[in-house]
Write a protein that binds this ligand. Structure first.
Ligand SMILES: CC(C)(COP(=O)(O)OP(=O)(O)OC[C@H]1O[C@@H](n2cnc3c(N)ncnc32)[C@H](O)[C@@H]1OP(=O)(O)O)[C@@H](O)C(=O)NCCC(=O)NCCS
Length: 181
């Protein structure tokens, strides 16, 4: 199921909508403001083409129609976060979160949870059965976040290198309770 309908998510002080190729410069600016995350994962600073890669990278077997990059903005249009979504990956009915990254200034204020709650509502309307993601074992704050909003660990990948740093990816998922049940 490709993204037939773009989720237009919003809250009282934010909104989220699709980022396109022309949003590359402001997405790159966001990624640079989030260097702490890149250092934690890769043990190196973000490169000059991170935004371009984020907007175009696809997992094996998926096409551009399966992918959606959402920008999270304040109501006056400042880009404060990004979420990379892949539909039906790695299995049908699962929406995979490739990345969810907020500007350091926007973290810890409930935005992450609010965006996820809005995304989950959209998933239920669309018949998406599960949300999935991979989080690095050493990214303790993110693991605490995913657990706090109901994701559970389903498996672990063997250690591998991410940039300069070796890491273990923990695969997590959350089942969507359908309204009809
Ligand atoms: C992970 C991230 C998206 C979470 O968004 P956020 O807006 O900071 O999280 P929220 O403020 O909505 O937190 C929701 C709940 O998660 C938990 N939580 C969030 N951050 C936490 C932390 N650093 N330590 C422990 N628990 C945390 C808390 O239970 C929190 O609820 P509470 O504040 O009411 O106790 C954001 O912090 C971020 O962009 N981090 C850097 C990038 C990253 O690691 N992304 C995930 C990659 S897998």
């Amino acid at each position: 199921m490709p993204f037939m309908e773009t989720p237009l998510l919003s809250g009282s002080d934010w909104r989220a909508a699709r980022l396109r190729f022309e949003d590359g410069p402001r997405l790159q600016d966001l990624v640079m403001r989030c260097s702490d995350f890149h250092l934690l994962i890769h043990d190196e600073l973000p490169g000059a083409h991170e935004a371009e890669e984020l907007l175009t990278d696809l997992p094996p077997g998926k096409t551009a129609e399966d992918k959606l990059v959402l920008g999270v903005e304040t109501l006056n249009g400042s880009l404060m976060g990004v979420m990379d979504l892949v539909m039906d990956y790695p299995e049908k009915g699962k929406l995979f979160i490739g990345l969810f990254l907020l500007d350091p200034a926007a973290r810890g204020k409930g935005w992450g949870k609010a965006v996820m709650m809005a995304l989950e509502d959209w998933c239920r309307q669309q018949g998406v059965q599960k949300l999935g993601l991979g989080v690095l074992e050493h990214n303790q704050p993110a693991r605490a976040f995913w657990q706090a909003i109901g994701f559970i660990e389903i498996s672990r990948r063997p250690p591998r290198l991410f940039g300069q740093r070796e890491g273990v990816v923990i695969l997590m998922e959350k089942r969507m309770e359908m309204a009809a049940r």
